[in-house]
Design a binder for this molecule. Structure first.
Ligand SMILES: [Zn+2]
Ligand SMILES: [Zn+2]
Length: 292
């Protein structure tokens, strides 16, 4: 019998993300500890309310959620839907790092695999493996370092050569320590708990809802081969990312709202950046020109 190349090589994606591989002796304790402590801090925030703390929370929610995760990690790094000039690109990477959603290269790799394997074996976070698995439990298994390197070579060869991405890959923790310490030093617990803990937890859950809720609830504009849906309230809190069925149908488009009323706050930011020449090579068509 002649074996094909795919027969001979193990299915790296399925091995790396396999939900049934989740065992008590293979827990990523760092992720579990950080996520638990941050949730405790988020609950404690309600006992330390100040208007300044709220302002830090709202400002950093937009900076890390819209600029960091949505514009930088997702639409620029993962899908190459736009390019930024070095200064705004560095600031966007900083915003991404401060979201505490992991290293930029790892985030982009997992998400490219999500698109390659959507709701099929090897998808990092499909609700077919359970809604809570897709929402956050997929973050808790310890994973194989060698397999990670192989997947990086396969999925993100462009990003591993990007000096700005590499810089923030290697300095990720420093920025978070600086922000957390700075908020605590200058504003005490109210600034720290609202601007760091509660804000991080809120951006986490809003991002995670895209992996869980928008593959469960909502409507579909396009007949994609996955379970992706458009869900307005997730789109509202994630600056346009909740139009997830549109996104799966047109993954490289920098604009996710395809009907005139599908508001896409990140798309508006990209349009402003593009107008001032800060964003170039913006891919995709603006909403009013897409099929209704
Ligand atoms: Zn998806
Ligand atoms: Zn995507």
């Amino acid at each position: 019998m002649n074996l094909t190349a795919s027969d001979q090589s193990p299915d790296l994606e399925t091995v790396y993300f396999n939900p049934s591989g989740f065992r008590l002796n293979s827990i990523n304790w760092v992720n579990l500890l950080v996520i638990s402590l941050m949730h405790a801090g988020a609950l404690a925030a309600f006992f330390f309310f100040t208007w300044e703390g709220l302002a830090w929370m709202v400002g950093l929610y937009w900076f890390t959620g819209c600029i960091g995760i949505t514009l930088c990690y997702h639409r620029m790094l993962t899908h190459r839907g736009l390019q930024l000039h070095p200064a705004p690109k560095s600031i966007a990477h900083l915003a991404g790092a401060l979201s505490m959603q992991g290293l930029p290269l790892d985030w982009a790799m997992s998400h490219r695999i999500h698109h390659a394997r959507s709701d099929k074996p090897g998808d990092p976070h499909s609700p077919l493996d359970g809604p809570w698995w897709s929402h956050m439990f997929w973050l808790f298994p310890a994973r194989n370092y060698v397999t990670r390197k192989q997947l990086m070579a396969k999925y993100i060869p462009d990003l591993v050569r990007d000096p700005i991405s590499l810089f923030f890959q290697n300095t990720y923790l420093i920025w978070n320590v600086l922000l957390g310490a700075g908020l605590l030093w200058f504003g005490g617990l109210p600034w720290f708990l609202w601007g760091f803990c509660l804000r991080t937890v809120m951006v986490w859950h809003m991002t995670w809802l895209i992996n869980s809720a928008t593959h469960i609830w909502g409507y579909r504009n396009y007949s994609t081969t996955d379970l992706s849906k458009n869900l307005w309230w997730v789109a509202f809190f994630t600056f346009g990312e909740g139009w997830h069925n549109n996104h799966h149908a047109h993954p490289v488009s920098a604009y996710h709202g395809h009907k005139w009323w599908e508001f896409d706050a990140t798309g508006w930011v990209i349009s402003i950046f593009s107008f001032f020449g800060l964003a170039t090579h913006v891919r995709g068509t603006k909403p009013q020109n897409l099929p209704s």
